[in-house]
Design a protein around this ligand. Sequence first.
Ligand code: KIV
Length: 291
Amino acid sequence: MHPSHKLKIKMKNQPVTVPAIAKRKNSGEKITALTAYDYSFAKLLDSTPIEILLVGDSLGMVSQGHRNTLSVTLQDIVYHTQCVNKGAKRALVVADMPFMSYQVSVEQALTNAGILIQQGGAAAVKLEGGGRIVNQVNAIVEAGIPVMGHVGLTPQSVHQFGGYKVQGKNFLDSKQIKQDAKDLQKAGAFSLVLEGIPEELAAEITIDLKIPTIGIGAGSKCDGQILVTHDLLGFNPDFAPKFVKRYAHLSDVVQNAVIDFIEEVQNEKFPGPEHTYNMKKGSLKQVKNDR
Ligand code: KIV
């Protein structure tokens, strides 16, 4: 049975667009988004009513095994966006702009955003940061490329934060994050990821903005939620931050399946007759006689 049987919301078959996401503000229906890095996952996720697939630079940690997202390159994101785009026929594909692909200048940001759209096939790009990148956001939007903003605990600034720490807990920090959110809206962002901030601050920003907010570690009051798919599915038993809910424990499923495979190979139970090809009648005799 299709997994959406559990949902009250009907699966919409038409492609999800940027204006459709923007319109969801105050609609009462939450936006749902997940990360995707490859064709198989994108196809599977796209067969559910999930609306946004983010080719996040979290792929640096999840797929490439790095300690942070800083070494992910534009070419990495282009490649993974191409793979995701082949599997996503309905969900909106958003490509992350990796570290140092937009910070240097407006021109650099515009060129690289264009590459993610032209070569990767993304429908929109996401940039981390607030006031300091509004010129870049403005130029990208002016060029007709939709921008998703991202403020709060922005992982590309991990060294500046001194680790992955919740941001905006005190008045001055929360004021700055709120200002960043407003600046991004003014610069033309169509939606905004709020990451790693207190629920109260996320709620304030969500009420204040006309564009939808999508939270991760930002409580329940945002207009939508995003998670890293591998976290939601429980691929890494060692990674269990407070904001993640594991809806499955796929690490157990994968390990058990592999152990079953090893045992069956050792016991000569696999491959069985149902997995085995046989020669045409009489051919074996001919082969033997041919020795
Ligand atoms: O890179 C990423 O996956 C992200 C989301 C967690 C928001 O930026």
